[in-house]
Ligand binder design. Structure first.
Ligand code: MG
Length: 166
């Protein structure tokens, strides 16, 4: 009888846990960089984003344990500490989310090849989430590109991002 989570899927999901925690770390770094540059609204937005990423890691860890696997927390790699502008931070956000989407799709490819139905179901949530993450990052980046150089518009944009709910 096969177990819900076989060991190579367990290893791959633990790798994704680390990637999600690294994402949280990246957004936390962006948050404090934006804060130090006087963009409190963007700092808040990235802080909420970091919490979300930590939530993604938790979701995966809960699944690993429920499938009788073992959670293995690896060291978190260093992240960039500074960005030239909010636009650069949001451009990196979009680029990063595209990389995450690839990773989720690779996990799904693996689950499909393994006929691992439980993991496929669990990953469907992440696939939907990535569509939203990319869409949000793309929209915010497009706005920043449109208002580039306009300080008043930048102020309004920052105020708008301060309203993001946890
Ligand atoms: Mg994530």
């Amino acid at each position: 009888m096969r177990t819900i989570l076989d060991s190579h899927m367990g290893v791959a999901l633990n790798k994704q846990v680390n990637a999600e925690i690294w994402s949280a770390y990246l957004y936390l770094s962006m948050s404090y960089d934006m804060k130090s540059k006087g963009f409190a609204g963007m700092a808040h937005w990235f802080d909420v984003q970091a919490k979300e990423e930590f939530g993604h890691a938790k979701r995966l860890m809960e699944y690993i344990v429920a499938g009788d696997g073992k959670v293995k927390l690896e060291p978190v790699a260093e992240v960039q500490q500074e960005w030239n502008s909010p636009k650069d931070a949001f451009a990196d956000t979009l680029m990063h989310e595209k990389v995450v989407t690839e990773k989720i799709h690779e996990l799904m490819d693996m689950a499909v090849a393994d006929k691992d139905y439980a993991t496929q179901n669990m990953l469907n949530w992440f696939i939907d989430e990535q569509v939203e993450e990319e869409d949000t990052a793309r929209a915010l980046l497009a706005t920043l590109e449109a208002i580039e150089g306009d300080k008043a518009a930048m102020y309004l944009f920052d105020s708008k991002l301060a309203a993001r709910n946890d």
